[in-house]
Design a binder for this molecule. Structure first.
Ligand code: WTA
Length: 634
């Protein structure tokens, strides 16, 4: 790749070889074709690359916006495309998943072996009474059984709801109850930085208070003694050894529009919301974006270093690589355990060809210097990726030079839990600008507009919008269709545009530069957290009467959380109490939600109707202009 300093700053052009080998060598032509005939574009892709039990009669149904439907009338199951069809071909002997545990244990599942486990576990779930349309909560570490559990749910037509293993009791309980899950799949514990996170203990505390969970299935990962409640809790390996665990379990035939999973994420206000994705459109969208953006070839070893508990892992560790018949790598633990070169050693050991991670991880590893990566042969790498937050040019360049040896294009992919797949992203053949996710994936119409929907000027900040539907889009919020409409489609209802909730700029080449969230979502180390949930964890402490949290920029983590609390009568401010409140959030919500600072205050800026003005709090904290205060109470 070569860098130049032309009109619009630094541009990195792909080599002729990269362009020649790319699935899509000419972005403009493909994007134009998709724009001219969006339904026709996806119709052709869906017909040529996937197996359907029955075809669709309508590719895109726009009759009831914003409740769009794709591949209407078609029947399939994403698991049929991810496993069943591959075990009938030579792909059966190919590695589907290569796993390394934090302690150094390693395991490979071929497509044949993975399918065997998924079939058996699907029949275990059926024996537990799990049926099409039911919800199953999964709360586990980053181990192969997490993937097996998700696929088994999809195979029987149940919706999985994966709760990230870094969350804690309250967060887990809230998500179990909201989804009314009847089965919880968990594990005894998870390895992280040489220590054990006692997941079963946390799960027990949640299930004790749950009104919906009937049984708990527990994978033995660590071997610690854990409390198993008779007639409620079962060991995974015991159930898998029973004759009911049928290695030939059939795959439920689903409508393309049937739900595949729900995934909770934080939004503007209130409780986390359950984003709902479907079997058909999600399959077509995730597999096509992975194939084109990361140029997946049969010989690749793809490493998406996210956690399966977030959308990145759902779409790009579990589903799309399998649908493509690719080989995925999964690592259980921390990047710095036992030394800061663990990731680099894994790339050399397994011959990873594509690495996809978050800017926060790159910045974290950058701090340890270049000698750690330089100890390892990273020459197998041919493409790199970034996701979760804007990548600062300094981290981009380090990633490009030190990890990618100046020869690996970096795919900076902007997308969301809601979008299901990459939306603003380069392809390997596209010129790159460090810090910009470039332009819309073919067929994705993105723009930056003002309050009224008029395009803003070049390099001016505005609201990001998406103007046309796409196959992997969320279909609704589970159990709350009104909120789905209000949250994403009401601001530009007249135009029928989707509002992602990010601000951005567009430069003279039409490249998009995402700035950040415009709502009460805080991105901490790329993790998406909601102010409301953290605030409610704080006020659940007996000393706290009221709380407000804001995100404060942080060099390493993107943002950190700062909390402001008003105490109840009878409690005195102290450093000890501040520490206690931080720990309390850690226990209630999970370590990732812990505020980095807690300030005890006498009052909070509020509107006359009593809403906390976080905008004002943030401006005060950062020493910025507080702006329009006309709605402030006093
Ligand atoms: C942010 C993660 C800049 C953005 C896949 C979005 C990004 C939110 C990028 C969604 C990127 C994600 N550049 N910002 N490449 N990727 N974001 O739902 O604010 O966890 O709205 O999905 O992350 O977070 P979520």
């Amino acid at each position: 790749m070569s860098a130049t300093n032309e009109m619009s700053g630094e541009v990195y052009y792909p080599s002729a070889e990269i362009i020649a080998n790319a699935h899509i060598p000419d972005y403009d032509a493909v994007h134009q074709a998709a724009t001219d005939d969006l339904a026709g574009f996806w119709d052709k892709i869906a017909r040529e690359n996937f197996e359907w039990a029955e075809p669709w009669h309508t590719t895109l149904d726009e009759s009831d916006p914003p409740f769009y439907k794709w591949f209407v009338g078609a029947k399939t199951n994403i698991v049929h495309n991810a496993l069943d069809r591959h075990v009938k071909t030579a792909t059966r002997n190919k590695a589907a998943l290569i796993f390394e545990g934090e302690p150094g244990d390693s395991k490979v599942y071929t497509y044949q072996q993975l399918n065997y486990e998924v079939c058996k576990f699907a029949s275990v779930l059926r024996a537990q009474g799990v049926r099409k349309g039911d919800r199953v909560t999964i709360y586990m570490g980053r181990i192969p059984e997490l993937m097996i559990a998700m696929l088994a749910c999809a195979k029987v037509g149940a919706m999985h709801s994966v709760v990230y293993g870094g969350f804690s009791t309250e967060a887990l309980l809230g998500r179990i109850e909201d989804s009314a899950s009847k089965v919880l799949i968990t594990c005894d514990g998870a390895w992280l930085r040489g220590k054990v996170i006692e997941l079963k203990e946390i799960a027990n505390a949640a299930v004790e208070r749950s009104e919906t969970i009937q049984s708990v299935i527990c994978v033995k990962r660590i071997g610690h003694d854990v409390e198993m409640v008779p007639d409620r809790d079962y060991w995974y390996h015991d159930l898998m050894a029973l004759p009911i665990a049928d290695p030939n379990a059939p795959t439920e035939v689903m409508d393309a529009e049937d739900p595949l999973f729900i995934l909770y994420t934080s939004g503007t206000t209130g409780r986390p919301k359950a984003i709902l994705h479907t079997h058909g459109g999600y399959m077509v969208g995730t597999a096509t974006t992975l194939k084109w953006v990361f140029d997946i070839k049969p010989e690749d070893i793809w490493w998406c270093a996210a956690d399966p508990g977030w959308i990145t892992g759902h779409s790009y560790i579990v589903y799309s690589p399998l649908v493509l018949g690719a080989t995925s790598f999964m690592y259980e633990g921390a990047p710095t355990h036992p030394y800061p070169d663990r990731w680099w050693s894994l790339i050399a050991k397994y011959g990873i060809t594509i690495l996809y991670t978050a800017p926060t991880a790159i910045r974290g590893l950058m701090r340890f210097g270049e000698t750690w990566p330089q100890r390892h042969d990273l020459s197998s790498l041919r493409l790199l990726g970034s996701v979760g937050e804007p990548i600062n040019p300094e981290a981009w360049k380090w990633y490009h030079r030190v990890i990618g040896n100046e020869s690996c294009p970096i795919m900076d992919t902007w997308w969301q839990t809601e979008t299901g797949n990459f939306m603003i992203t380069p392809l390997p053949s596209v010129p790159l600008k460090p810090g910009s996710a470039t332009r819309g994936f073919p067929g994705v119409q993105v723009d930056v507009v003002d309050e009224e929907g008029n395009p803003v000027g070049v390099n001016e900040e505005g609201f990001l919008v998406i103007k046309r539907p796409w196959p992997a889009m969320l279909r609704t919020l589970f159990g709350d269709p009104e909120r789905y409409v209000a949250q994403y489609w009401s601001r530009y209802a007249e135009q029928g545009w989707y509002l992602p909730g990010d601000s951005a700029k567009k430069d003279e080449d039409g490249y998009i530069w995402v700035i950040g969230r415009i709502d009460d979502v805080i991105k901490v180390s790329g993790y998406r957290l909601g102010t409301a949930e953290i605030e409610s964890a704080l006020v659940s402490h007996p000393a706290v009467a009221e709380a407000a949290v804001i995100g404060v920029p942080d060099e390493l983590r993107g943002n950190v959380i700062k909390a402001y609390c008003i105490l109840r009568d009878g409690f005195e401010p102290s450093e000890q109490l501040e520490r206690e409140l931080r720990d309390h959030v850690g226990v209630e919500m999970g370590p990732i939600a812990k505020p980095s600072a807690v300030a005890i205050v006498d009052s909070l800026p509020k509107t006359r109707s009593g809403k906390i003005m976080r905008r004002v709090l943030r401006a005060q904290t950062l020493g910025q202009d507080v702006g329009d205060l006309s709605t402030l109470a006093d």
